[in-house]
Design a protein. Structure first.
Ligand SMILES: *Cc1c(COP(=O)(O)O)cnc(C)c1O
Length: 421
């Protein structure tokens, strides 16, 4: 099946007389006839649903759909994008370990890595997205366990050279984790470029309607965990009578461990209702992404021709530093998100945002409705000026998320607000 078809049909196939739409299994638990059967479920020798923290038929259908869209062997839905990145890392990185992350990433992920994981004894080195191979190689240590980056970074719209970082990670015996939130599997499938694990904040385009927080982790099934660096996957798990994930679950070792160990213990699960809403969004994802890209390209051209604007970041623009990389990784478009800086800095940015009429100021992005945000005073306000600088976020930077309204209405609102600014 092609991706448009997968978005509609993967994960759930109704049998004769069954519900056409994905049913919502609004139940915490599932009934069994014997203690013997339940014991097998707990020993992981038989699969089945028993408690919705670990698995639920509605959530399972959506996990199967997203795994298929990304080209992975399995997926795990989580309560938010933050939970997805947290579990994706903690599944293979422990206290005393080290990881490498691209510097241009979402502020929440930066906090997770630089503040909370640091407290947990995990050291993260941030490298510039455009660092040379030698510079990246120099960041590896004997205890490095993973490399992380975002396909299209939030909010700076830097593109991550997936193939190059994957090659360096693999040379050093560790997997590459890619947060593919802005690109979605419609525009880029990181596994095809060598990524081993893919994460999303499904809160953004995959849902797309701003109705439900969520996240997902997808396992490519391709990474060989048996090189000696990942004892959590290759040595017996005493909490499951000595299960060895790589031996007992083969190519699904990583995603199985994330579910049966981390989700069991940390509990950041998606709900059946949440998964149902996410699935509604997924069904129309390819149609929406096409229009988001089309409208954003038009807005980016419009902005770059205006005298009030200092700079516009959108990779389809000629002269954008990521133009060539976008042609490789995002040939069908670069999503609806644009970053730009107004002349007149912070004050002009505030006047611009306060003058918008149709476009709304929200702490959100990747919605069907066009929305705008000033990162330095909101999502990134916890970061020091140095950290802002390292993440490429100027004080006057505005993140514009172009929605599905008629392009004429979007441009008219932008034009009048620019005049006010
Ligand atoms: C929003 C976002 C997150 C965090 O997701 P939540 O669903 O808000 O927890 C992580 N990564 C990226 C790229 C994001 O845009």
């Amino acid at each position: 099946m092609k991706i448009e078809t997968k978005c509609l049909h993967e994960g759930y196939e109704p049998k004769n007389g069954e519900s056409r739409a994905l049913p919502i299994y609004q139940s915490t638990t599932f009934k069994y006839d014997s203690t013997e059967h339940v014991a097998k479920l707990f020993d992981l020798t038989e699969s089945g649903f028993f408690y919705s923290r670990l698995g639920n038929p509605t959530v399972d259908a959506v996990e199967k759909k997203i795994a298929s869209l990304e080209g992975g062997v399995g997926a795990l839905c989580t309560s938010s994008g933050q939970a997805a990145n947290m579990l994706a890392v903690l599944n293979i990185v422990s206290s005393g370990d080290h990881m490498i992350s691209a510097a241009s990433i979402y502020g929440g992920t930066l906090n997770l890595f630089a503040v909370t994981m640091k407290k947990m004894g995990i050291d993260v080195t941030f490298v510039d997205n455009n660092a040379t191979d030698e510079e990246i190689q120099a960041a590896f240590r004997p205890n490095t366990k993973a490399v992380f980056g975002e396909t299209i970074s939030n909010p700076t719209i830097a593109i991550f050279d997936i193939e190059r970082f994957a090659a360096l990670a693999h040379k050093n015996g560790v997997p590459l984790i890619v947060d593919n939130t802005f690109a979605t599997p419609v525009l880029c499938r990181p596994i095809e470029f060598g990524a081993d694990i893919v994460t999303h904040s499904t809160t953004k385009y995959l849902d797309g309607h701003a109705v439900q927080l969520g996240g997902v982790i997808v396992d490519s099934g391709k990474f060989d965990w048996t090189g000696g660096k990942f004892p959590g996957l290759t040595e017996p798990d005493d909490s499951y009578h000595g299960v060895v994930y790589t031996k007992d679950f083969g190519e699904s070792a990583y995603i199985t461990k994330a579910r049966v160990q981390l989700m069991r213990d940390m509990g950041t699960c998606q709900s059946a209702m949440g998964a149902f809403l996410l699935n509604l969004g997924l069904e129309t994802l390819p149609v929406r992404m096409e229009r988001h890209c089309q409208n954003a390209a038009a807005v980016a051209s419009f902005l770059s021709a205006r005298p009030e604007i200092e700079s516009v970041s959108y990779p389809t623009l000629n002269g954008d530093p990521y133009h060539e990389m976008a042609a490789k990784y995002l040939p069908n478009g670069c999503s609806g998100v644009i970053a730009f800086t107004l002349k007149g800095g912070r004050a002009a940015g505030v006047r611009f945002i306060d003058s918008l009429k149709l476009i709304s100021l929200v702490v959100h992005v990747a919605d069907i409705r066009t929305c705008v945000l000033h990162p330095a005073s909101s999502t990134h306000r916890q970061l020091t000026d140095e950290q802002l600088d390292a993440a490429g976020v100027a004080p006057g930077l505005i993140r514009l998320s172009v929605g599905l309204e008629n392009i004429d209405d979007i441009l008219e609102d932008l034009a009048q607000a620019l005049e006010q600014a």
